[in-house]
Design a protein around this ligand. Structure first.
Ligand SMILES: [Zn+2]
Length: 485
């Protein structure tokens, strides 16, 4: 009887503790979200940045931490750039995080700065975690790729297909760290294209999660189960503030990838892919989602909260599907060989360095055409059966800013012009002005085919009376002002 009472009291105590922890977990997440601007490192707010500058910031955060964090320079890329390992805490449960294995996937690298900054600021919180977990961070695993904002390393190898052969110094470094530390949890942090959606829900996949398979059969052992539970935790954290933006990444086994092998080697591994979100070209909102996910996961691991999360929830997350455009233009009429037909246009951008402008520009083009009724877009426009034609290019190539200034863009648009070729100085031109949208610095549009698929997104939309009602200029819809008679 006495034993039973002690046992019951013990269970009540455990329940009480877990309730308290769940409550403080909720408070923590709310604070991370509401006060993020206090924790964010604001010196970098773009996805492209100088990695030297990044390391300067990182180094000063380590100094500021007064021993909470330590940094070791223990790796070198193929081009002898440094790869650091940052350490925090000396608890039993080991967590390893690495970012930017693909050089053009920088969102999580910035979130990791915020994570370190947060723990620096919250001394008490950091102190409470220190004896529970050991956190190891490798920010920017692929500095040679990152320097050029390119996926692969200097050897032109995709490091994430090098887990078996280990021909890249970066891959060997990651494998060595794994073998030395033998982490319980591993966070593999990437970016994906912004044209993924959360299944067919019509929402962009801002975050896609994966607990990678460790075999072709996609079995679930204890190691993978824990990873799945962390994915559920992350989904709940993010969707508390951003409903419906988390997708589940395809779990087909990839024997050459690091994530899949980490899982196989015994570390519960979570892949986080940062995708696209509304008005978030620089991915700063998604950076915040990463910040929430990473600190939330660390807390959940430290207090073993994740172990009550249901793995079924993971499989209920809609799949990551390529069904999203930057602009979806619905219901346009195309005429070809005097035959008219109804289509939708999917328009997406790609980034290109423009040497005359001396900056990266977004070039929008048509990437799909036809019945796109199961697709969605960051912007959607219903053309209501207006007729689409390829926009006209201003006949004269301009080289002087004064010529450009004289152009009456309103009139040109009414006449169906969408593009001006200009090869002069750009200093006086306002970025994002309408003029800037219309300006092409290359003569390439002149060579463009009559096909709409693949064409740059410069079109006119006409009504039955052949009036230009809208123009599309580099992926933007502009309404034409009409003079009423
Ligand atoms: Zn990647």
């Amino acid at each position: 009887m006495k034993l039973l009472i002690i046992f019951t009291l013990l269970i009540m105590r455990i329940n009480l503790f877990s309730q308290i922890n769940e409550k403080s977990f909720k408070d923590l997440i709310t604070d991370l979200y509401s006060n993020y601007s206090r924790y964010k490192i604001k010196q970098i707010q773009t996805k492209r940045f100088d990695i030297q500058f990044y390391h300067q910031i990182l180094d000063s955060l380590i100094v500021e931490s007064k021993g909470i964090f330590s940094s070791e320079l223990i790796g070198k890329s193929f081009k002898k750039q440094e790869i650091k390992l940052i350490r925090f805490g000396d608890g039993k449960t080991k967590i390893l995080m690495w970012s930017q294995m693909h050089g053009d996937e920088s969102t999580a690298s910035l979130a990791l700065l915020d994570v370190i900054n947060y723990l620096n600021q919250k001394k008490e919180f950091a102190e409470s975690l220190r004896n529970k977990i050991s956190l190891y961070i490798i920010p920017i695993l692929n500095p040679d790729g990152a320097k050029k904002f390119e996926r692969r390393n200097y050897q032109e190898i995709d490091i994430n297909r090098d887990a078996l052969r280990l021909q890249t110094p970066e891959g060997r470094f990651l494998k060595k760290i794994r073998d030395d530390i033998q982490p319980d949890f591993a966070f593999n942090l990437h970016d994906q294209y912004s044209n993924y959606s959360v299944g067919k829900t019509g929402k962009p996949a801002a975050i896609a999660l994966l607990a990678p398979a460790y075999d072709y059969e996609r079995n679930i052992n204890e190691v993978r189960k824990r990873a799945i539970q962390i994915c559920v935790e992350i989904k709940d954290i993010i969707e508390k503030f951003y409903p419906g933006v988390v997708a589940r990444y395809d779990d087909e086994f990839e024997p050459r990838a690091f994530g899949d092998n980490f899982q196989k080697w015994g570390s519960s591994t979570i892949l986080i892919e940062s995708g696209g979100y509304f008005n978030d070209f620089e991915k700063q909102e998604i950076r915040k989602m990463n910040f929430l996910a990473l600190i939330g996961s660390v807390y959940s691991i430290a207090y073993n909260l994740f172990s009550t999360r249901l793995i079924d929830t993971y499989f209920e997350i809609p799949e990551n599907e390529r069904r999203f455009f930057d602009l979806l233009v619905k219901n346009v009429i195309i005429e070809k060989d005097s035959v008219e037909y109804l289509v939708d246009l999917g328009i997406s951008y790609s980034e290109k360095f423009d040497s005359l402008r001396n900056r990266y520009i977004k070039e929008y083009s048509v990437t799909d055409i036809g019945d796109l009724s199961t697709f969605s877009g960051f912007d959607t426009f219903d053309a209501q059966k207006l007729k689409i034609e390829i926009g006209k290019i201003y006949e004269k190539v301009l080289t002087d800013y004064s010529q450009l200034k004289k152009l009456k863009t309103d009139d040109l648009m009414k006449q169906g012009y969408t593009t001006i070729i200009y090869q002069g100085n750009f200093e006086s031109i306002e970025e994002n002005s309408l003029l800037d949208l219309m300006i092409s610095t290359t003569k390439y549009p002149l060579r463009e085919s009559k096909n709409i698929l693949g064409h740059s997104a410069n079109f006119i939309l006409k009504d039955r009376e052949s009036n230009v009602r809208y123009i599309i200029v580099n992926g933007k819809i502009i309404k034409i002002k009409r003079i009423e008679h």
